[in-house]
Design a protein around this ligand. Sequence first.
Ligand SMILES: [Zn+2]
Length: 317
Amino acid sequence: MQEALIAVDVGGTKSAVGIVTREGQVLGRRVEPARVQLGPRAMIDRYVAMALELAEKVTGVRLVAVGVGCGGPLDAGTGVIHSPTNLPGWDDLPLGEILAARLGLPVTVENDANAAALGEWLFGRGRGLRHLVYVTVSTGIGAGLILDGRLYRGRTGNAGEVGHTSVKPHGPRCGCGNRGCLEVMASGTGMARRAGELFARDAGPHGSAGAPPVDAAELLARARAGDPVARMAWDAAMGYLGVGIANLVSVLDPELVILGGGVTRAGAELIDPVRAEVAWRARWFYHPGLIVISDLGDDVGLVGAAAAAEYRLRGMG
Ligand SMILES: [Zn+2]
């Protein structure tokens, strides 16, 4: 009988649970809006219910482990979640222990950017490489680092926080306390906020239409429609994203950089300016094909969570 994994993608906007083979194939999935206002216990009840439903529906497999991807900060060793900003009430929550007791299987909890990097490395287009960087560009920006054939965690387990590297030394304040973080300048939330400030300053003479954009997708739609202020804001955000990725490339000399997360749906409008920026800023390391957009799409959370469990099963984690 084929062995498979339960994958749990814990998010602030959606909850996803899947059954994934040990080769990374998603056999079944359940996705629903995350109701964070109900608190962690009710959310965990839903993960367990979805997992049990799926286990009944997906037959012919033997479930061997559970992998969880969740926003940090968290302790991957103990499976304890430490107050992520998008999950109110998840304070020092022993998620790994709770799920292990409820599902009767070993549980691995991993930071979602690390999980996505493992997903691309074990099951995606990073298979067989030794040096791989995964960067998620979404409401925040984070990275997972595969270096010398293993996940690099650093001293505190939080390595890869590229979103909080400075790309504009005296720029706007970030939630982390620093100024001009990559996340403030180029995440979906950050760029929409920056654009809102530009719109407020420049509401009219150059043809900008009234209300500020609510997110990156709307900002890009306005830029494509010819709004010069939206175009300027988008291009600036892509420039900063390129700076952040060029810095990573110069430090780490990876074989491949995979970009994922909601903002990468912009496709060529994102990857072309990022490649151009990296090509001149990190010219010793740049080559065509160095930077690509993930093809795991919306499944990256589940495939990543499964990969975190698989990484542990293989004795690597
Ligand atoms: Zn920051």
